[in-house]
Design a binder for this molecule. Structure first.
Ligand SMILES: CC(C)(COP(=O)(O)OP(=O)(O)OC[C@H]1O[C@@H](n2cnc3c(N)ncnc32)[C@H](O)[C@@H]1OP(=O)(O)O)[C@@H](O)C(=O)NCCC(=O)NCCS
Length: 145
C-alpha cells in the first residue's frame, strides 16, 4: 500500500534518483531543490519510506504546468500515477493546467485523457534532441470544472 504526501526541498535527492530510473536524461538534485523553494510543488508516492513516483509542477497565478511525472517501472500499472495526478489536481489551487507529452507516450496520454485533459496542439519534432528520431510533443490542457 502506498501513501502520498507533498514533497519538500529535502526530498530533492530522492526525486532526482527516481527521475533517473524513469527517463533517459538527468535532472539534477539542485534543480528540484531550487524549484521547490520557489514556484514549484510536488507530491510523492511512498511505499514504506521509499519514494516510488512523483508529480512535479510549476504554479503561477492559478495556472499549473506539469514539468515531470513518473512512477518507477516496477510500480507502474498499480494506480499510483492516477492517484498522484488526482491528488495534484485536487490539492493545488489551479484553474488550468498545461503539459507537454511525447506523442508516442501512450501510457501517459491515456492517463491524462482519463482525467479530461484536452489535446490543444502539437509541437513538431520537439523531442528530437533526446533521440535521433524526431518526435512530436502533444500539448494538453486541463480546466477545473
Ligand atoms: C505515465 C506514468 C506516470 C503512469 O503511471 P502508472 O502508475 O503506471 O499509472 P496508473 O497505474 O495509475 O495507470 C492509470 C491509467 O493510465 C493509463 N496507462 C498507464 N500505463 C499505461 C500503458 N502502459 N498503456 C496504456 N495505458 C496506460 C491507463 O488508462 C491506466 O488505467 P488502467 O490501469 O485502469 O487501464 C508511468 O507510466 C511513467 O512513469 N512513465 C514513464 C515516465 C513518463 O512517461 N512520464 C510522463 C511524462 S509527461
Amino acid at each position: 500500500m502506498f501513501k502520498i504526501r507533498a514533497l519538500t526541498p529535502r526530498d530533492a535527492l530522492k526525486m532526482a534518483e527516481v527521475y533517473g530510473l524513469c527517463f533517459s536524461d538527468v535532472w539534477e538534485t539542485s534543480f528540484f531543490e531550487k524549484k521547490l523553494q520557489t514556484t514549484c510543488v510536488a507530491y510523492g508516492a511512498f511505499e514504506e519510506n521509499s519514494l516510488v513516483g512523483f508529480i512535479f509542477a510549476q504554479l503561477i497565478e492559478g495556472e499549473g504546468e506539469i514539468l515531470t511525472f513518473c512512477v518507477l517501472p516496477s510500480y507502474c500499472r498499480q494506480g499510483i500515477g492516477a492517484a498522484l495526478l488526482e491528488n495534484f489536481l485536487e490539492q493545488s489551487r489551479i484553474e488550468t493546467c498545461f503539459l507537454e507529452v511525447n506523442s508516442k507516450n501512450q501510457s501517459a496520454r491515456g492517463l491524462y485523457e482519463r482525467y479530461e485533459f484536452e489535446k490543444k496542439g502539437i509541437r513538431a519534432g520537439y523531442y528530437a534532441h533526446f533521440d535521433q528520431k524526431s518526435q512530436d510533443a502533444i500539448i494538453y490542457r486541463y480546466s477545473k470544472k
